[in-house]
Ligand binder design. Structure first.
Ligand SMILES: Cc1cc2nc3c(=O)[nH]c(=O)nc-3n(C[C@H](O)[C@H](O)[C@H](O)COP(=O)(O)OP(=O)(O)OC[C@H]3O[C@@H](n4cnc5c(N)ncnc54)[C@H](O)[C@@H]3O)c2cc1C
Ligand code: SF4
Length: 465
């Protein structure tokens, strides 16, 4: 049995940040992470090998519904930040205003938390040189069409543009939490246990008392769950907690995404340069965000929406292939169901979000045509125009699950309050994507980290602090 002031479950975006801030503030912290520690020296940049090592279930997590959607999750020290693209957006002001209005969330001091996180992760804007030719093509199209655009801000100090962020950054340029906040937590005295799967939260007399894990029991008066949007609700359910509002496991948004390829006249070599380096936010107010995506040949071969001979021909021209992505700010149409203690993800695309995909695909086609593409390959069946596509025909992926233990000041409407404290259980907090109460329209890691920073500083300040 281990004793601590704070037990943190999960070492991803939220957990690692909370652990470091608390340990540096003087708390005795124990972190329990189900996955392993990963060593960048062994990262091969080969997608098939790295998927199996860095992702949960080899990256094969999928939603059940129409259409089924791949929803990959990272696992280990760094969690999903280990495999993410490094894009850093603050929570848009209009989203924070909506949270205040609809969910009663007063999130003062979030700006300071963002600054703190951005400093810790060395966030800066990608240069056009590092962004590479794939981004230059999107930029050319956007400029010709007069669409609002820009280079993304990222947490990748000394990035060399090797193009394999999603398969483990081999140079450790990407400042994921496994190499930033976790070492800080350890240096400040935190105990970090890997291969430690938390089974349930212990509650005694209405307040948190610790957790039961595969590594034994941890006793702590403050417990912070950060197992991620998919696993935190299952852990709460297994512990018989937080079900009073009926919101646990519900309100899942995933920011579904798809991408188009284009065959250009020029050499693109999309595997060179930062894959996600450029964005087009012209249609952000319609819930449509266009963002860069790219990868090496082994990745493109799987993603290219062609088959047979044509697939082989186009892959033979890989050096002239360009790609760009599209994400839809979605309605909360999903939920997590716990089956034998494991999460099953239900999600059906809302008809209004289908309309957004139709519009977004037409925009991608327009973008590549304006950039001078010889041929555009949309992820739709042969002969189907974007405006005709059905939900079941869409080839979607999603990378940003949020909302399954949403924050709402009213105990009857949400699972945690503005301080991310679970309603009705003293000393139990959540610090991951599960608390984010609505789609953000942008990539979420900075939002999760800023919320975790704010939570840690409030826990250190104590009640009323
Ligand atoms: C390919 C990809 C690219 C992405 N790109 C971006 C991007 O560019 N920018 C951006 O902002 N976001 C991006 N994201 C999303 C972002 O990384 C996640 O939103 C964020 O990491 C989620 O943080 P979290 O703390 O909720 O969970 P995670 O970071 O997933 O951490 C949860 C951790 O908890 C552990 N855990 C789970 N259950 C247990 C248990 N029972 N006991 C102990 N430990 C447990 C897991 O193993 C995991 O390590 C991307 C995601 C993917 C998959
Ligand atoms: S582009 Fe390469 S060097 Fe840069 S963050 Fe991604 S994997 Fe690391």
């Amino acid at each position: 049995m281990i004793e601590a002031d704070v037990c943190v479950v999960g070492a991803g975006a939220g957990g690692a940040v909370a652990a470091a801030e608390l340990a540096e503030g003087g708390a005795r912290v124990v972190v329990l992470e189900q996955g392993p520690a990963h060593d960048a020296d062994s990262f091969t940049a080969r997608p098939s090998e790295m998927l199996a090592r860095l992702y949960r279930d080899g990256g094969q997590t999928v939603t059940i519904g129409t259409p089924p959607i791949g929803l990959p999750l990272g696992r280990g020290l760094g969690g999903t930040t280990l495999v993410n693209s490094g894009t850093c957006f603050r929570t848009p002001a209009h989203v924070l205003e909506r949270w205040r209005r609809e969910f009663g969330l007063e999130l003062d001091s979030l700006d300071q938390a963002f600054e703190r996180v951005e400093r810790a992760l060395s966030v800066s804007e990608v240069t056009p040189e590092l962004a590479g030719l794939n981004a230059a093509i999107a930029r050319r199209g956007a400029e010709r069409l007069g669409w609002s655009h820009g280079y993304l801000r990222r947490n990748a100090k000394g990035c060399v543009g090797s193009g394999v962020c999603a398969f483990g950054c081999p140079t450790s340029a990407k400042q994921h939490t496994g190499i930033t906040y976790i070492p800080r937590a350890r240096a400040a005295g935190a105990r970090i246990l890997t291969g430690a799967s938390v089974e349930r939260v212990l509650v005694e007399g209405g307040r948190a008392a610790g957790v039961e894990s595969s590594a034994g029991q941890v006793r702590a008066p403050t417990v912070i769950l950060a197992a991620g949007t998919i696993h935190t609700p299952v852990l709460l359910k297994r512990s018989g907690l937080a079900s009073d509002s009926g919101q646990l496991g519900r309100n899942l948004t995933i920011h579904p995404a798809t991408a188009a390829f284009a065959l250009m006249d020029e050499v693109v070599d999309m595997g060179h340069g930062v894959p996600q380096s450029f964005y087009i936010d012209e249609f952000a107010d319609q819930g449509i965000m266009l963002e860069g995506v790219a990868g090496p040949p082994a990745y493109a071969a799987v993603a290219l929406p062609l088959t047979g001979r044509r697939h082989a021909e186009v892959m033979a021209s890989y050096r002239r292939l360009a790609q760009f992505g599209l994400m839809v700010s979605d309605r909360p149409r999903g939920r997590i169901v716990s089956v034998a203690g494991r999460p099953v993800i239900r999600y059906d695309l809302d008809p209004r979000d289908l309309e957004r995909f139709r519009a977004g695909l037409a925009r991608l086609q327009q973008l590549f045509e304006a950039a001078g593409a010889r041929e555009v390959f949309l992820p739709v069946p042969k002969g189907v125009r974007p405006e005709q596509v059905r939900a079941r025909n869409l080839k979607l992926m999603a990378f940003h699950p949020l909302g399954t233990a949403r924050a709402d000041a009213r105990p009857s409407h949400g699972v945690v309050d503005s301080d991310l404290a679970v309603h009705g259980v003293e000393g139990l907090h959540l610090a991951d994507g599960s608390v984010v109460p609505s789609a953000l329209g942008v990539n979420p890691q900075l939002t999760i980290m800023a919320l975790a920073t704010r939570l840690a500083l409030r826990v250190l300040a104590g009640p009323g602090g």
